[in-house]
Design a binder for this molecule. Structure first.
Ligand SMILES: [Zn+2]
Length: 155
């Protein structure tokens, strides 16, 4: 690696990882980054509750009941650009089926993920629409973690 230049996909994943550290979800912290067709960063996002909502005490106690309220990182990311503007998306967890469909609708060409999410139809959707879909696990800062947050079960 020494002397090599950081690849664009790894660059995007490192940004997604840093964004994930901002997630307020105690169960699964997901970060995502979007790059445009010139490889410039459009923005980053993470999963969480709608802007301005402050959860009452106990809100996070029941993972099942709070799950429907979580806005996924990819959806928050898509609020930062318009269709056709983003070429590359990196996300720390494979997009769920709904997020993958949304990314398709936004015309994203390349999607990189780190953690596998077995319940997702994303691989099949990517294949059908000929979207580049690759896993990246080695990138700068991959070992950075805040607190006891790493929980790689299905979200
Ligand atoms: Zn999702």
């Amino acid at each position: 690696m020494k002397g090599e230049r950081l690849s664009i996909p790894k660059y995007a994943m490192a940004l997604a990882h840093v964004a994930s550290l901002r997630s307020e979800d105690p169960y699964r912290k997901v970060g995502a980054a979007a790059l445009d067709f010139d490889n410039r960063v459009i923005g980053t996002a993470y999963n969480g509750l709608a802007p301005g909502y402050n959860p009452p005490p106990g809100f996070w106690d029941d993972r099942e009941s709070r799950q429907k309220f979580m806005l996924h990182a990819e959806i928050n990311l898509c609020s930062l650009f318009r269709r056709g503007e983003a070429k590359i998306i990196a996300t720390t967890t494979m997009p769920c089926t709904a997020c993958m469909q949304t990314l398709c609708a936004y015309g994203v060409k390349e999607i990189y993920y780190r953690d596998v999410y077995h319940l997702s139809d994303a691989p099949e959707i990517a294949a059908l629409y000929q979207i580049k879909f690759e896993r990246i696990i080695d990138y700068p800062g991959a070992s950075i973690e805040l607190g006891a947050s790493a929980n790689y079960e299905a979200h």
